[in-house]
Design a protein around this ligand. Sequence first.
Ligand code: NAD
Ligand code: UDP
Length: 313
Amino acid sequence: MLQKKKILITGGAGFIGSHLCERLVEEGHEVICLDNFFTGFKQNIAHLIGRPNFEWIRHDITEPIKLEVDQIYNLACPASPIHYQHNAIKTIKTNVLGSINVLGLAKRVKARILQASTSEVYGDPHQHPQTEEYWGHVNPIGIRSCYDEGKRVAETLFFDYHRMNKVDIRVIRIFNTYGPRMHPDDGRVVSNFIVQALQGKDITVYGDGSQTRSFCYVDDLVEGMMRMMNQDGFLGPVNLGNPHEFTIKELAEIVIRKTKSKSKIQYLPLPSDDPRQRRPDISRARAQLQWEPKIALEQGLDKTISYFAAALS
Ligand code: NAD
Ligand code: UDP
């Protein structure tokens, strides 16, 4: 039988957070969605508002908050390069002060707390695919550093709060995730390509398109997050992502084919510090969580294209 829990999701009105809120509300938990609505939208949680086991709070995690909860998923942080670079100092504050605040809350109320870390902690990796043992190759002073280094410090804080204060932490490293409710103009590759293809605009491939990424559908990710949260005796870090790797040019071609678009590929300069290749080694997630993604890129793209087709019409 379900043990009903009080669960706080920071960043709950964002892309991934809104899917997580939905799953936890469906399972009957008491869900509190906290967001400052920087990149999140009330629209993303509109279908949950009014449900008796769902509430939302406008709050910024750089300020402390007092709540009584059993579990915390800490997702608050802009995730797309355009958004996290918009106010780089605020991004660092969210990762450092924000983490300290939510860890302080977890410590006070003895809640289990999961940090949404990222594959960006590996930077432009020299190890491929990336295992959790790899320490990364990150530029500390580049334009992506506010996010990459911010997330690295957040991981450090989580493990220090665990070592010093026995806070019950979980750390996941999320690889590129896509699906419905991605922000249509946050510049991430899947949403950009789909929107461009549906609107018949040029598909903007940065560099020669030979750089690689591995794309995980959001429902698979949410399943992995919940398994990690509810697993006893395993703190992580654990990679959560889809191990099938594609070049960005391949992605552009698949999106053009699926949308039957007449769009042409336009090649633009590669942004600085753009990682050359990225693919998770998910052996640890398979062994510890019995988790692996189930939704192939072709299938997930169909769902995402349908969402954007409806959202743009
Ligand atoms: P998103 O931008 O859609 O969601 C982030 C949410 O956090 C938004 O609703 C935003 O308004 C909120 N937020 C930002 N700063 C805040 C603050 N200071 N206080 C309160 N709320 C704040 O991004 P997403 O793709 O849903 O990502 C969610 C989390 O997962 C982020 O922490 C991100 O770093 C991590 N992640 C995402 C991906 C991905 O591919 N989407 C990959 C790796 C890690
Ligand atoms: N990218 C691209 N065209 C776009 C947006 C992104 O070619 O319109 C590339 C980008 O340079 C990177 C990859 O796609 O190599 C993934 O970019 P995204 O911003 O989605 O994620 P991240 O770089 O953080 O993995």
